[in-house]
Design a protein around this ligand. Structure first.
Ligand code: NAP
Length: 315
């Protein structure tokens, strides 16, 4: 028999439970509809092309995801500024783009690991009407490692902060004023899914990418009413030199496939995993308590680290 005093409490639990279930159902329906809009209909996506301004600027543009953005924006008729370290690779990609898409290109040699490059970049961008900035350049670890055991730790900290964080802030400082003058422009910041959850054994990388994500979301809120879109792009694995994945698969797409999908989300999502299978992975991860996700990632990265050392021993 239930004690009379327990009855109001049971009623309260009933209503809290019912409201909780209703809220969960409404949230799930909202997410499903929002997902359908982005991934199935694609309606309302921003036109990322020359109407925003004649030029696109891409950092880390000679390989992987950056090269794919440069090519896709050129295919859409934009002139492209390519920025990377190697003049030879820049000239090669520039020629490829000019021949294939019949657009003007410009190359700027710069090492984002250094701090003193931005006056040179500013001079190189002088007078260009820039509609799209892709802050893509990034560096990760050679293999997952405990923070204090990272080879050349002091140098790595400096380089990773300069390349992954400073480049995004400084390039934005140089390009955003011109966009604001024309009240239009899109800044695409390539963060990483590892910035969505603390990623042990890639801690520094993950933390720099979390910075990029927060910076992008904050900036988007500050400037969206002025006609500027800032998007935080958070990919899982893409088959590039950095990931050391040679053969693309459904969940580890080629950079070209990834970029085509990601550009379809601009204007619909200010924070995106960019590609449907990655969005599903992000959704599953978001259901886990953070501590569980961290434990799973730690275990996985320990295994990757062990495999790396085994391979090194065999060499
Ligand atoms: N691939 C993935 O699975 C993955 C996943 C999540 C996020 N991301 C992010 O996506 C972005 C692109 O990665 P990716 O995989 O496409 O890399 P990638 O294939 O290794 O290409 C990196 C590009 O950046 C340039 N670069 C590297 N260091 C540079 C420096 N210090 N200064 C100037 N340019 C530099 C490289 O050219 P040079 O060597 O000639 O300079 C190259 O063009 C990065 O921000 C990365 O963190 C990648």
């Amino acid at each position: 028999m239930v004690a009379p005093a327990a009855l109001p409490a049971a009623g309260l639990f009933y209503w809290v439970g019912a409201l909780g279930a209703l809220y969960a159902a409404a949230l799930a329906s909202y997410r499903l509809l929002a997902g359908l809009r982005v991934w199935v209909l694609g309606s309302g996506a921003a036109a990322v092309g020359p109407a925003l301004g004649a030029w696109a600027v891409v950092t880390g543009a000679t390989d992987g995801i950056g090269k794919a953005y440069a090519q896709e924006l050129a295919r859409r008729g934009m002139k492209v500024v390519l920025i990377s370290r190697s003049k030879e690779k820049l000239d090669q990609v520039s020629t490829e783009i000019k021949e294939k898409y019949n657009v003007e290109t410009k190359v700027i040699v710069a090492d984002f690991g250094e701090k003193e490059i931005y006056n040179g970049i500013k001079a190189g961008l002088e007078g260009l009407e820039i509609g799209v900035l892709v802050n893509n350049v990034g560096m990760s670890y050679a293999y997952p490692e405990y923070f204090l055991d990272i080879p050349e730790l002091e140098k790595t900290i400096d380089k990773m902060v300069n390349i992954n964080i400073m480049s995004v802030c400084e390039m934005t400082r140089l390009v955003l004023p011109g966009m604001l003058e024309r009240s239009k422009g899109i800044i695409l910041n390539i963060a990483s899914a590892s910035g969505m959850c603390p990623t042990p054994l890639l801690t520094l990388y993950s933390a720099t990418k979390a910075f990029v994500d927060y910076f992008s979301q904050g900036l988007h809120a500050e400037y969206k009413s002025k006609g500027i879109i800032v998007q935080s792009v958070l990919p899982y694995y893409v088959a590039t030199k950095m990931s050391k994945i040679r053969k693309p698969t459904l969940d580890k797409p080629s950079p070209e496939r990834y970029v085509r999908a990601a550009l379809g989300t601009v204007g619909l999502q200010s924070q995106t995993n960019g590609y449907l299978p990655h969005a599903l992975m992000g959704w599953v991860m978001s259901l886990l308590p953070t501590s569980t996700a961290i434990n799973i990632i730690m275990k996985t990265n320990k295994q990757v680290r062990a495999r790396y050392f085994k391979k090194m021993k065999e060499k």
